[in-house]
Write a protein that binds this ligand. Sequence first.
Ligand SMILES: Cc1cc2nc3c(=O)[nH]c(=O)nc-3n(C[C@H](O)[C@H](O)[C@H](O)COP(=O)(O)OP(=O)(O)OC[C@H]3O[C@@H](n4cnc5c(N)ncnc54)[C@H](O)[C@@H]3O)c2cc1C
Length: 452
Amino acid sequence: MIRNKKKIVILGGGFAGVECAKQLETRFGHDPKIELIMVSEDNFLLFTPMLPQVASGMIETRHIVLPIRTICQKTKFYEGRIKNIDPYGKLVNLWGAGDKRSISIHYDHLVVALGSETNFFGMADVEKNAYTMKTLNDAVMLRNRVIDMLEQAENETDPILRKSLLNFVVVGGGFAGIETAGELMDLLLDARKHYPTIREGDPKVVVLEALPTILPGFNEKLAEFAKGKMSQRGIDIRLKTAVTSFDGNEVTTKLLDETSKDSMDDSKVGSIITKTLVWTAGVTPVNTIKRSMFKTDKGKMVVDEYLEVPEFPGVFAIGDCALVTDPKTQRPHAPTAQIAEAQAKTVASNLAALIKNSQKEKFEYYSKGQMAIIGKRTGIATFLGMNISGFWAWLVWRNVYLSKMATLEKKTRVLLDWTIDLFFDRDISRLKLMKRNEEKEYKGLDEVDDVW
Ligand SMILES: Cc1cc2nc3c(=O)[nH]c(=O)nc-3n(C[C@H](O)[C@H](O)[C@H](O)COP(=O)(O)OP(=O)(O)OC[C@H]3O[C@@H](n4cnc5c(N)ncnc54)[C@H](O)[C@@H]3O)c2cc1C
């Protein structure tokens, strides 16, 4: 056995972390001098582009998650929550839970890929009462909530209460918000058939977006096409509209009109009665990074053009948690899976360069295009230099994302779900689930705990 193996530790099993591990496995998978380690809270990679389809009940929950042990077989995996990172001692400390001891893992090189979480911009009432669309749990909760609202509305005689049960508000006009709103409408229209008193126009989906456009980053015409199509389907898209509060029954909004100088102008303030608000309006890096010793800007880790942390050579940050400026726009890159994977490739190559004492490469990103689906077999796509919209864009989206799923088994399962959806209505069984996970009780690291 080789002693003093060099340990490369990857934190986070999302798009960035998993792609980095896969790339490193191809380089060092058979190298006895290198040990690859990954730590992540969940033991699977969540395929987020299909999350809204889990929320709408089109795809079965487990079909969009890929167990890390099956896709990164040469990487030692720890399921655990990172408590803190000590870049001076080169240690990563994990929480223990219950009977499980907390441990420290030593590293020689570190890749931080801890992603992001939902950003409520300090609005505590929204955080308390809103549904989110970031984790698998979020999608399952939302599906059950929608079915529950239909069940309650079906026998509700108070017209105001009935309206609030059937109003669904999605905040955020980015990828997650628009795809969620489209899927939500599909689910509502499909499920409604089983509720005789609910007519087609009764369920309403409203999208609130603070910017003057939806899907920023897309070609303007495509974004306009998406907005028009969604409006035709009855989805009410309100631009330049910011949420100011949500108490679980009513969301209050403010029109962001630059012509009004008076922030208290009543004509700009509005409200919608709703029991269900889905918040997709932004992400922020996880607290583990914000609290860390690394230099951060808006919560993201500051890295150089090689994606390395300047103060700590050998430590890299990638994906949603890294601050990387696009030299073309002088703005930070958007938090997307595509960019996270591109950064992972650069870092794997730079780690190889460090180990072999060769030249590192700068991160350069060339977009391969982007795509979004907006419900009812319609989408928009910039693909191979072409702008496509409608059914063909939807078809391209399905082909591209299906091809990106890492295993044949999951590809087949998703394909079967899509096929079944062509012939049968969605299942309207509501599962009784709690809204939020109970906070786990973690115990701290103490002196007798292991150092690996
Ligand atoms: C609904 C939705 C739809 C989307 N659609 C698209 C799309 O169509 N195209 C696209 O390009 N992008 C899309 N995105 C964005 C994309 O999902 C993210 O940009 C991408 O996941 C970022 O990858 P990452 O590896 O940086 O972070 P993540 O994928 O979030 O992974 C971070 C990992 O770190 C783990 N972690 C975090 N904190 C800790 C801790 N303290 N201890 C242990 N583990 C921890 C998490 O469990 C997770 O496994 C979508 C996002 C959402 C929510």
